[in-house]
Design a protein around this ligand. Structure first.
Ligand code: DMJ
Length: 473
C-alpha cells in the first residue's frame, strides 16, 4: 500500500479514488480488529468504547453506512446492513448521550434508508427515535442530555452550569426528528423539536446571542457563555438547515438563523492584526480570542446560507465563509504536521496557533475539510481542492498506521504521538467530505440534500410532497 500511495501521490492521482482507498483502509481494519464494537483502536488493534453510546454497539458501522453506499463499496455496505439486521439492538440497559446517539445512529440509519430504500434502516431509526422520547419529559420539554433508554430516566451532565442542558445538544435534533415524523407518520417527533424552538424564540437573548446553557426545569439560561464551537455550534447549523430541508418554507428557522448570524458578526467575529478573520468566544460580554477546530464548520455554514441572506448580503456571507476557510487553513499550515489543533488563539502575540499543551491535539475531526467542501461547491475556487489535498497528504503521512487511522496528541511536534482512536466520525464525515470535495457537484446536490451535523445526508422535503402540512404541525 506504501507503493500504491507513492504512485498516487506522485503520478496521475485521482483524489476521489484516494479518499476511497482511505475509507477502505479505515473500514477493513475496523472490520478486522473491532467488528461490531463502537470504534477501533488502530495501534493496539482492538475495540474502543466511548461511554457516549452506553452499551449500544456498532457506532462505526452505522456511522459509515452512507459513506460506503456513496463510494459504491457494495460488498462492505451489504455486510454492514447484515450486521444491522442481526445485531443492532436498542433493548439494552444503557445511559446514552441523546445528542450523540441522535446524530450518529438516528442520522446514520435515516441516510442509509433514504439512499438504499432498505426498510430495515427506517424501522431501526424509528425504533431508536421512540427510545429517545422520554428525554423530553422535563417541565419545559427541553430534553435531558443523558438518558437511560431502558428506564427512561434522564439527567444532565454534572459539569453543566446550573444543571443546564446544552444548546448544541438539544438544538441538534431538529432535522432527524422531522424526518422521523415524516417516515413514521407519527407527529410526536416533530412536535418535540418544534416545542424546543418555541421555548427558545420566547426567551430574552443577551445582545441577541444564545447562551450555551439552558435549564430544562426553570427554562432560564445558565452561564452567559456563547460559542459557535463546542456547546453551541450545530444549533446554528440546524436553524439554517431546517429552513433548507423544508424547501425554504420554515420561515421561523430562517429568521432565527439570520438574526443569530447578525449578532455573531457584531459581537464575536473579529479580525487579527495580521488580517485573519476569526470567531471568538463570548463570556458574559468579554471575548476570549480563541477559536476551536469545531468552529471551523462555520465557514461552510455561512457560505451555504449566503443565498438566502437578507439585505443583499449574499456576497458578504460568501466572503465571510471564505475568510473563515482561510483562517482555518492557516491553523493547519502553521503546524509541523499540517493538521490543525483542537483550538487556536489570537492573543499574546500569536495568530491561529495553539498555545496551551492541552489544545494541540487533532482527533481526525472533519470541520475544516467540511468547510473546504462547501466553499468548493459554492465558488469553484480551485484553492479549496488544493487545501483538501494538503490535508489528505498530512493524514496519510501522520495519521495512517498499519491498523487504520489514529488521532495525534501534538500537531506541532515533529514526531507522531498517536492517541490510538479511529473516531467513527472519521468515516462518516472526514472521508465523506473529502470524497465529495473531489467529486462532481451532482453527487448529493445541495438542492435535494442537506447534511446532518455528522455528515449524514437527508433529503429536502419538497413542497409538493406535502411538506407544508408538516411544518405547520
Ligand atoms: C461530530 O460528531 C459532529 O461533527 C459534531 O457536530 C461535532 N463533533 C464531531 C466531529 O468533530
Amino acid at each position: 500500500s506504501q507503493y500504491l500511495l507513492c504512485f498516487l501521490l506522485n503520478q496521475h492521482y485521482n483524489p476521489a479514488f484516494v479518499s476511497l482507498q482511505m475509507m477502505k483502509h479505515a473500514w477493513d481494519n475496523y472490520k478486522r480488529y473491532a467488528w461490531g464494537l463502537n470504534e477501533l483502536k488502530p495501534i493496539s488493534k482492538q475495540g474502543h468504547s466511548s461511554n457516549l453510546f452506553g452499551n449500544i454497539q456498532g457506532a462505526t458501522i452505522v456511522d459509515a453506512l452512507d459513506t460506503l453506499y456513496i463510494m459504491e463499496m457494495k460488498e462492505e455496505f451489504k455486510e454492514a446492513k447484515e450486521w444491522v439486521e442481526k445485531n443492532l439492538d436498542f433493548n439494552v440497559n444503557a445511559e446514552i448521550s441523546v445528542f450523540e446517539v441522535n446524530i450518529r445512529f438516528v442520522g446514520g440509519l435515516l441516510s442509509a434508508y433514504y439512499l438504499s430504500g432498505e426498510e430495515i434502516f427506517r424501522k431501526k431509526a424509528v425504533e431508536l427515535g421512540e427510545k429517545l422520547l422520554p428525554a423530553f419529559n422535563t417541565p419545559t420539554g427541553i430534553p435531558w442530555a443523558l438518558l437511560n433508554i431502558k428506564s427512561g430516566i434522564g439527567r444532565n451532565w454534572p459539569w453543566a452550569s446550573g444543571g443546564s442542558s446544552i444548546l448544541a445538544e438539544f438544538g441538534t435534533l431538529h432535522l432527524e426528528f422531522v424526518h422521523l415524523s415524516h417516515l413514521s407518520g407519527n407527529p410526536v417527533f416533530a412536535e418535540k423539536v418544534m416545542n424546543i424552538r418555541k421555548v427558545l424564540s420566547r426567551l430574552d437573548k443577551p445582545e441577541g446571542l444564545y447562551p450555551n446553557y439552558l435549564n430544562p426545569s426553570s427554562g432560564q439560561w445558565g452561564q452567559h457563555h456563547v460559542s459557535i464551537g463546542g456547546l453551541g455550534d450545530s444549533f446554528y447549523e440546524y436553524l439554517l438547515k431546517a429552513w433548507l430541508m423544508s424547501d425554504k418554507t420554515d420561515e421561523e428557522g430562517k429568521k432565527m438563523y439570520y438574526d443569530a448570524v447578525q449578532a455573531i458578526e457584531t459581537h464575536l467575529i473579529r479580525k487579527s492584526s495580521g488580517g485573519l478573520t476569526y470567531i471568538a468566544e463570548w463570556k458574559g460580554g468579554l471575548l476570549e480570542h480563541k477559536m476551536g477546530h469545531l468552529t471551523c464548520f462555520a465557514g461552510g455554514m455561512f457560505a451555504l446560507g449566503a443565498d438566502g441572506a437578507p439585505n443583499d448580503k449574499t456576497g458578504h456571507h460568501i466572503e465571510l465563509g471564505a475568510e473563515i476557510a482561510r483562517t482555518c487553513h492557516e491553523s493547519y499550515d502553521r503546524t509541523s504536521m499540517k493538521l490543525g489543533p483542537e483550538a487556536f488563539r489570537f492573543d499574546g502575540g500569536v495568530e491561529a496557533i495553539a498555545t496551551r499543551q492541552n489544545e494541540k491535539y487533532y482527533i481526525l475531526r472533519p470541520e475544516v475539510i467540511e468547510t473546504y467542501m462547501y466553499m468548493w461547491r459554492l465558488t469553484h475556487d480551485p484553492k479549496y481542492r488544493q487545501w483538501g489535498w494538503e490535508a489528505v497528504e498530512a493524514l496519510e503521512k501522520h495519521c495512517r498506521v498499519d491498523g487504520g487511522y489514529s488521532g495525534l496528541r501534538d500537531v506541532y511536534n515533529n514526531h507522531e504521538s498517536h492517541d490510538d482512536v479511529q473516531q467513527s466520525f472519521f468515516l462518516s464525515e472526514t472521508l465523506k467530505y473529502l470524497y465529495l470535495l473531489f467529486s462532481e457537484d451532482d453527487l448529493l446536490p445541495f438542492e435535494h440534500w442537506v447534511f446532518n451535523t455528522e455528515a449524514h445526508p437527508l433529503p429536502v422535503l419538497h413542497k409538493e410532497d406535502g411538506n407544508k402540512e408538516e411544518n405547520q404541525k
